[in-house]
Design a protein around this ligand. Structure first.
Ligand code: GLA
Length: 360
């Protein structure tokens, strides 16, 4: 859990924005709710010196000082690079400098690396044109190479693989040393983008577990392109998916609704549940279940129909694996619903969700 600069600031991000995000994580209570990584995405990179050492550009005068500042707030510091010669935004990548860059990150105090394919595609094209097997091997080797370089630094650095879910990364991401891997293309701040990505995660649940997670991309909550109900859908679905929760909004300007969504502790508890099992879709409707520790379950019923009147949806407890009555608690209204005997019925609002915790 944490924050990443890309979704809101994109290429404009500066040292001051990152410090402001760190300050806001503390001031708003987000840090204490679990959001601890402060991740600088693309466009911090400057040039290499005569020895090949990477330097930050003039938007980031001193990366070590920035990392120290972030650490002084009780937070962790993340950075971004590409296995290719260039990043997606055209800045310097790590190609041919993997160990040197890993050592530099460790010396700066980096705790998280997002490693984004982009420029390596030119290398794959150059060295393996029309040979998908060979191209794929080049890609996998590049991810393993940086993993090994990070391990050699002896600093624990979370390794975030970003290649947009190509070549079924969930099948080899763990072996390549990934702690998380993007399963899809980039998200944008619209219901269509978020829902297409989120609901398409069905079936990937068997690949996730403690230390190695599917990553359906960052949160758009608070960026303004969706309704509050739609943002509640993203928060709920990402929690069911045991997904990384990386806020992507301007934390220094959050309204109360945004805060209440990002800091819903009961939903965060589902996301971070210690069993570490990713939830799954139950049947053809957008009804999702996540097994939680102690035999409890999170149940989310989504309404992703955009025109019709909201309809009630009923889920039978026996289809969730329960026999006998269960306790139910609504995780958005924060109310106990008492005991359920046979089933649970909810009518989620348009674009929205009803999410409950069920236990015996
Ligand atoms: C790719 C990634 C995004 C972001 C940009 C930065 O598109 O998928 O998440 O990191 O690059 O250039």
């Amino acid at each position: 859990m944490g924050w990443n600069s890309w979704n809101h600031f994109a290429e404009k991000v500066t040292d001051a924005d990152v410090r402001a995000a760190a300050d806001a994580l503390v001031a708003t209570g987000m840090r204490d709710a679990g959001y601890v990584y402060v991740n600088v995405d693309d466009t911090w990179e400057g040039e290499r010196d005569a020895q090949g050492n990477i330097h930050s550009n003039n938007k980031f005068p001193d990366m070590k000082a920035l990392a120290d500042y972030v650490h002084s707030k009780g937070l962790k510091f993340g950075i971004y690079s590409s296995p290719g010669p260039k990043t997606c935004a055209g800045y310097e990548g790590s190609y041919g400098h993997e160990q040197q860059d890993a050592d530099t990150y460790a010396a700066w105090g980096v705790d998280f690396l997002k490693y984004d394919l982009c420029g390596l595609r030119d290398v794959m094209d150059r060295d393996a044109k029309h040979d998908w097997k060979k191209a794929s091997a080049i890609m996998r080797d590049a991810y393993v190479k940086m993993h090994e370089a990070l391990v050699k630094t002896a600093r624990p650095i979370v390794y975030s693989i970003c290649q947009y879910g190509s070549d079924s990364v969930w099948e080899w991401g763990t072996a390549a040393g990934g702690n998380l891997w993007r399963t899809t293309d980039d998200i944008s701040d619209s219901f269509r983008s978020m829902a297409l990505i989120g609901f398409a995660q069905a079936g990937l649940e068997k690949y996730a577990g403690p230390g190695h997670w599917n990553d359906p991309d960052m949160l758009e909550i608070g960026n303004g392109g969706m309704s509050a109900d739609e943002y509640r859908t993203q928060m709920s679905l990402w929690a069911i998916l045991a997904a990384p929760l990386l806020a992507g909004n301007d934390l220094s300007r959050m309204d109360e609704t945004t805060k209440s969504i990002l800091m819903n502790k009961e939903i965060i508890a589902v996301d971070q549940d210690g069993l570490g099992e990713q939830g799954f879709r139950l049947g053809p409707l957008q009804t999702w279940v996540r097994p939680l520790s102690g035999g409890a379950k999170a149940l989310a019923i989504f309404n992703f129909v955009t025109d019709d009147e909201p309809q009630p949806v009923t889920v039978r407890l026996k289809d969730l694996g329960f026999t006998g009555p269960v306790h139910a608690r609504d995780l958005w209204s924060h109310t106990d619903l008492g005991m359920l005997e046979d089933s649970f019925t909810a009518t989620p609002p348009k674009g929205g969700v009803v999410m409950v915790r069920l236990w015996q």
